[in-house]
Design a protein around this ligand. Structure first.
Ligand SMILES: C[S@@+](CC[C@H](N)C(=O)[O-])C[C@H]1O[C@@H](n2cnc3c(N)ncnc32)[C@H](O)[C@@H]1O
Length: 265
């Protein structure tokens, strides 16, 4: 670690692990934290681990709002609970709550998990489907292995990756497609909204391609431009469509989960 890096870390009131988890979480929540945005920029330009390069001046100049944001994330009860329960991400609780309410995943099911890293959803789905079931997971980021989960790494918007995921199904159909994909936020709201709508549209396209009649689809969607049309589009292919806001989803985040049941085929 360089002298400069040591100085920077010295100003952070966070453990190494909390900061990394904060950084990872912030990539996908569309709740940009000023610290983390700076971290990402520096990381991109210096090709350095992100937590090493936050300059002193930016830390010193942090506003009250930033501090509140930081406190909120660091003290997040779901982050702490996930560490205790051994879940890879706090996102596990969102799917657990949705599944508890909507009874989507059963033993023997084939489930496709899109945007699966670091594996919080896959790790709870694998035991739900059991040995007679299958989980096909995919993410642009790497993911540590999980028993019973076939993982394909690649950009879902890339046609070749889309095909690879289809091939992993071996011509079988899926019972449930779940998508927690959200793009790395740029901090520019409109750009982020378009990017995330594009991903959920592709996820819906995949669901239409692979689901058995009667199958279910869950997708994280950010309320904003294109949201209403998207829900309408989902309704055209499923018998029942609900919008869920699990308690682990931060109240001020515009994310909601579309839960669609009864694929019309
Ligand atoms: C909120 S995280 C998913 C968390 C996961 N459900 C869990 O429980 O651990 C969103 C994921 O979407 C992925 N993602 C974003 N854009 C993607 C793309 N173009 N192709 C594949 N995955 C993508 C990110 O890499 C990230 O891992």
């Amino acid at each position: 670690m360089t002298e400069k890096a040591r100085n920077c870390v010295g100003y952070l009131p966070l453990s190494y692990q909390s900061l990394l988890s904060l950084w990872f979480d912030s990539l996908f929540t569309q709740e940009p934290c000023p610290y983390v945005m700076v971290l990402q920029l520096r990381a991109a330009s210096l090709q350095y681990a992100p937590f090493l390069v936050l300059p002193e001046a930016e830390l010193m100049a942090r506003s009250k709002t930033s501090k509140q944001w930081m406190d909120e994330h660091v003290n997040d009860p779901y982050v702490k609970k996930a560490q205790i329960d051994g879940y890879r991400s706090r996102a596990s609780y969102k799917l657990l709550e949705i599944n508890e309410k909507d009874k989507l995943i059963r033993p023997g099911h084939t489930v496709m998990d899109l945007g699966s890293a670091p594996g919080g959803w896959s790790q709870i789905v694998a035991p739900m489907v059991g040995e007679s079931g299958r989980v096909i997971a995919s993410d642009i980021l790497p993911m540590d292995g999980i028993t019973g989960v076939t993982f394909i790494q690649g950009d879902f918007t890339d046609e070749a990756v889309y095909e690879q995921i289809l091939q992993a199904l071996d011509d079988a159909q899926a019972d449930v497609v779940i998508s927690d994909m959200s793009p790395n936020h740029s901090g520019v709201k409109t750009t982020d909204q378009y990017a995330s709508m594009y991903l959920v549209e592709l996820a819906l396209d995949m669901a239409r391609n692979v689901l058995k009649p009667g199958g279910s689809f869950v997708a994280k969607v950010f309320q904003g431009v294109g949201y209403e049309d998207y829900v309408k589009d989902v309704r055209s292919s499923f018998e029942k469509v609900l919008v869920r806001k699990p308690s682990a989803s931060r109240p001020r985040s515009r994310e909601v989960y579309i839960v669609a049941k009864g694929f019309k085929g």
